[in-house]
Design a protein around this ligand. Structure first.
Ligand SMILES: Cc1ncc(COP(=O)(O)O)c(C=O)c1O
Length: 383
């Protein structure tokens, strides 16, 4: 019997890293273990108080039932307090906050809530591949907008305004930007909110990297009027070293949350209560948590500079976030060629920039999620 996948999956492949990890595992069977500098999965643990909170609540008898679809109030309040404390954004925990099972699921929920066949949605090239994949899954058409270093990796809103935006319902945006490490100025955030208002586009800002190697964490929601046109996703994966816990959040106007919950509540159920409580604990950590984390990443970044220099790459030291984005030397046709060579010859995996879109072809991305000793070993193997 031949079983066909649904039309919506015809152009959707397994996620690149999901395939690549299998290939790396096979290589590991046949010799020296590959050093994986590909994925932005923090290798450090969460704060001990977060683990303690998880233990404490998991050992209670009444914490194991289904939970509220909208997340329990102490977590929503902790999210609102975190936004107030670090971004200067005032949120109503009852109305403007929706905890998520990681922000990646939020990307799909948003696309499924607002997009359908015939609609268009803008997404960054290069950019996180989940945006275009989720747009495709919704049946809508994705329209990439190109980012380049000449424009500080920011979209050219004037050029976009000259295109036909009549079918565009939604725009994905992500600053600090992954993979380029670019950050956006306040004036850009103001301009993009005005652009969205003018063209009746729902802005979806994905903000998981604002605490990593970034002096001034920013939220798009701090712009006047942003709540009328924007949704922001955020995450504990990177800033609290909790990637595997799957805790993210969505911040928006009450109407948006009510619309999105119509999809989400039919797809999953509330998170485990001890996870809720531990996440609330993580959000209550003071600035010292972030400065200690960034001290470690800053030292690692120096090692990554050495690796990139050994590969003959060029890069901007003003980048923020969990990666270094670097231009490859002209002797390689593209980032895939360089990545494959380094994997085969040095058994180090670095991400080819092309997986983030055609505008990333001439680049590679190196993760800071490895201890200095591993980065030293990678440097030794490569050089
Ligand atoms: C830009 C961007 N958004 C979202 C995510 C997903 O984060 P989460 O772990 O919260 O699903 C990632 C993860 O790598 C990312 O790079």
């Amino acid at each position: 019997m031949q079983i066909q996948v649904a039309e919506r999956l015809q152009h959707t492949e397994e996620y690149y890293f999901s395939k690549k990890l299998r290939e790396i595992e096979e290589l590991n069977q046949s010799g020296e273990k590959v050093i994986n500098l590909g994925i932005g999965s923090p290798d450090l643990p969460p704060h001990p108080a977060v683990i303690e909170t998880l233990h404490e609540y998991a050992s209670l008898p009444h914490t194991h039932a289904y939970q509220n679809y909208r997340g329990i109030l102490p977590l929503r309040q902790a999210i609102a307090d975190w936004y107030d404390r670090y971004y200067g954004v005032s949120l109503d925990a009852h109305k403007n906050v929706l905890p998520l099972i990681g922000s990646k699921e939020g990307i799909v929920h948003i696309c499924m809530t607002y997009l359908a066949e015939g609609d268009e949605a803008l997404f960054p090239n290069p950019g996180y591949p989940a945006y275009s994949a989720a747009i495709r899954l919704s049946g809508a058409t994705g329209i990439p907008y190109n980012l380049n270093p000449e424009n500080d990796w920011l979209p050219d809103l004037d050029a976009l305004a000259k295109t036909d935006l009549s079918r565009v319902k939604l725009m994905w945006l992500n600053y600090p930007h992954m993979p380029t490490g670019a950050s956006a100025k306040d004036s850009f955030f103001r301009d993009v909110v005005a652009f969205a208002k003018q063209h009746h586009i729902l802005l979806c800002h994905d903000n998981p990297y604002s605490f990593i190697l970034n002096e001034h964490p920013k939220s798009l929601m701090s712009v006047d009027g942003a709540m009328d046109v924007a949704i922001e996703l955020n995450s504990l994966s990177k800033s609290a070293n909790m990637a595997g816990w799957r805790i993210g959040m969505l911040v928006a106007a009450e109407e948006r949350i009510n619309e999105i919950i119509r999809f989400k509540s039919n797809m999953d159920s509330g998170m485990f209560l001890p996870l809720h409580m531990a996440a609330a604990k993580a959000l209550s950590l003071g600035p010292q948590w972030y400065s200690e984390l960034n001290h470690i990443y800053r030292n690692r970044r120096k090692k990554v500079y050495q690796i990139l220099d050994a590969l003959g790459c060029t890069y901007d030291k003003a980048q923020v976030g969990l990666f270094m984005w670097a231009k490859i030397p002209e002797s390689y046709s593209n980032g895939y060629a360089l990545s494959d060579k380094v994997l085969q010859q040095s058994r180090v995996f670095i991400t080819p920039g092309g997986i983030f879109g055609s505008a990333g072809m001439g680049y590679i991305r190196v993760s800071l999620c490895a201890p200095e000793s591993v980065l030293d070993e990678a440097y030794k193997r490569i050089s």
